[in-house]
Design a protein around this ligand. Structure first.
Ligand code: IPM
Ligand code: MG
Length: 353
């Protein structure tokens, strides 16, 4: 297979974890005789430093002409205490999502049995947790009309029927291949947009008779994710609720560093770890590369339909974790470095037949 992959390392630990994923791309390329052409682009703070723009035209050109995108992270602490900064790294990511029409963000939450003791939650609560959050990604309060003057500010949350239907379909189709359950998370007791979501999703559910639809208020969902996470199969929700709930859900697995994501939509899809730029760890060779490597596995599976390649990457990670090896976030007593960890995963991939 011949494919073009855009590689956007970005900020913080992004370049380090992407470096490791690129090594895995090479290993898969060799093992399965594929040809992956890699095209590097600037994004985020790095791009602002070099061009003044968090998503320069050259990067837009690259992502539009690729078959899939692998992205590290964006963000830099220098912006945290500067709310008046007009140009911000995050704008690069939001613009990229919008340009590519990436309306569905898939964030799987799965517990590795060998890491069960890493979770702050009790073993009996998280045993067998396996759900996926489908977060709407290019609508809602993130992209609504906003404004501010000296003493006031506003952000608007707006959704259109079509925006809800297209992401809703993704959730139902996923559930039909999983455990046949969709939980729509909203705030329909307060918000008009949530009431529209409920109406449309309840209507859409009729087209998927095998799938059970449940609705849940977001405040309750925040509680249930911690109390009984095994109750969920597919969580469908709007942009901001999804942002918050996926960070919360990541805690279940023991480390946010383990979690991958896929953003899919009109054409080219984007794959990224959910951990963000983690500036404190940048340059120290300690970040967990698994979230990024699993994102790569999702790319092989979803964008290229390379199921076997995806499975082998997942299996290799599991094998290494079973040996109780890990970076600092999952192994405080005897951690290995980012590079060492992924080197071991590479070796496993080479050896699995
Ligand atoms: C995420 C991140 C982004 C978001 C930020 C970096 C804009 O938190 O992907 O979850 O809020 O969507
Ligand atoms: Mg987030």
């Amino acid at each position: 297979m011949k494919k073009i992959i855009a590689i956007l390392p970005g900020d913080g630990v992004g370049p380090e974890v992407i470096n490791e994923a690129v090594k895995i791309i090479k290993v898969i390329e060799k093992k399965f005789n594929h040809q992956f052409e890699l095209k590097y682009g600037l994004i985020g703070h790095q791009a602002i430093l070099k061009t003044g723009d968090p998503l320069p035209d050259q990067t837009i050109e690259i992502i539009k002409n690729s078959d899939a995108i692998l992205f590290g992270a964006i963000g830099d602490p220098i912006y945290d205490n500067n709310p008046s900064a007009k140009v911000r790294p995050e704008q690069g990511l939001l613009k990229m999502r919008k340009i590519l029409g990436l309306y569905a963000n898939l964030r799987p939450i799965k517990v590795f049995s060998s890491l069960i003791d890493q979770s702050p939650l009790k073993k009996e609560i998280i045993d067998n947790v396996d759900f996926i959050v489908v977060r709407e990604l290019i609508g809602g309060i993130y992209f609504g009309k906003k404004g501010s003057d000296k003493n006031s500010a506003f952000d608007t949350c707006e959704y259109k029927k079509e925006e809800i239907i297209r992401v809703g379909k993704i959730a139902f189709e996923l559930a039909a291949k999983r455990k046949n359950k969709v939980t729509l998370v909203d705030k329909a007791n307060v918000l008009e947009t949530s009431r529209l979501w409920r109406k449309i999703i309840q209507e859409l559910a009729k087209k998927y008779p095998s799938v059970n639809l449940e609705t849940m208020y977001v405040d309750n969902a925040a509680m249930q994710i911690i109390k009984k996470p095994t109750n969920f199969d597919v969580i469908l929700t709007e942009n901001m609720f999804g942002d918050i709930l996926t960070d919360e859900a990541s805690v279940i697995t023991g480390s946010i560093g383990l979690l991958p994501s896929a953003s899919i939509g009109e054409k080219t899809a984007l794959y990224e770890p959910i951990h963000g730029s983690y500036p404190k760890a940048a340059g120290k060779n300690i970040a967990n590369p698994i979230g990024t490597i699993l994102s790569l596995a999702m790319m092989f599976d979803i964008s290229f339909n390379l199921k076997k390649e995806a499975k082998i990457i997942e299996k290799a990670i599991e094998n290494v974790l079973n040996k109780k090896i890990g970076t600092y976030d999952i192994n405080k007593t005897n951690p290995v470095s980012t590079t060492k960890f992924s080197e071991l995963i590479e070796k496993e991939i080479e050896n699995i037949s």
